[in-house]
Design a protein around this ligand. Sequence first.
Ligand code: GMT
Length: 377
Amino acid sequence: MKIGMTCYPTYGGSGVVATELGIELAARGHQVHFITYQQPFRLTGREHGIFFHEVAVTTYPLFQYPPYDLALASRMAEVAEFYELDLLHVHYAIPHSVCAMLARQMLEARGRRVPFITTLHGTDITLVGQDPGYLPITKFGIEQSDGVTSISDDLKRATERDFGIQRPIEVIQNFVNCDEYKPDGALRARDRAQYAAEGEKLICHLSNFRRVKRVDDVVEVFARVQREVPSKLLLIGDGPDRSLAEQLCLKYGIQGKVHFVGKQDSVQDLLPLTDLLLMPSAMESFGLAALEGMACGVPCIATRVGGVPELVEDGVNGLLFPVGDVEAMSAAAVALLRDEERLRGMAVAARRTAQDHFCTSRVIPRYERFYESVLGR
Ligand code: GMT
């Protein structure tokens, strides 16, 4: 198949999923065309079967808001026509669904039918999409899609409930490549000493440092844990709340124990070095960072929100807590890090969950079948 893929190419779960999906589809012989304003950050640009089409937005003094949506719709139609795409697959409903709908109309006017699929990722429904200024158009874009998928059961239910959507929504949960994301003893032996000394535990957090991630809770938890257990904190990613996290580290005088490594392309080289992942988010429709950690044999302490319980089984492959309960999360982290056997058991269970339910080999064929069904094959 020839697939046009659109996403937010910057650091964020939906862009990561779209990019990894494109890479996996290309590896299975499909042709994938990314149509975005910038090359997705996990792509090198040299992958076989993957093409990148930049959306350039022309500005003009009259435009207070350059019309990216129109430029994107226009580019989608152009690429679809030139490369004879079979379908468009957009990740994150706002504004991508409506752009794809416009592209579909433009192509129809030229006698070509190119259906589009929308994948809902989370904040497009639970946060941004709830804004009265965006809700009606988001609902319309979802209803007009030829196929809709959701990355968790919880997000599907939220979409039906909050948007009054009655059309079918296929749940295809997020995935991870378990051959690339894996426990790696050799890597640990080689690189771990850069971040933690012998006898110290290494705790990590991976996100885009937006408010919803509650990075301040990560620091609050670590500040308590490091008093009880010799440990270091590895913070992967960057975003609006990084300064807040830095200020909190200074407040607790723990800046020497915290590594801010910024945005990283290859988190699979860092996650296996760590012992525990913290994901205290206010909301996660899925929680891809937790899955990536679990595939690397790193259990997580997370919040019981959104789709997280579809992935993290409390007490088995991780631990779940109410949002903001930093005292309980800290106490649980201390107890777990002191109990090597339980920690190892959870690490093994976490890896097994990733392998048994969320590996690319299981999930990508579901996308392929969904494409086929939308194409009526
Ligand atoms: O969490 C973010 O800020 C990024 C956001 C996105 O759309 O890029 O993530 C959402 O999609 C991810 C991939 O499907 C999910 O794993 C995240 O749980 C979801 N984020 C939220 O629901 C807050």
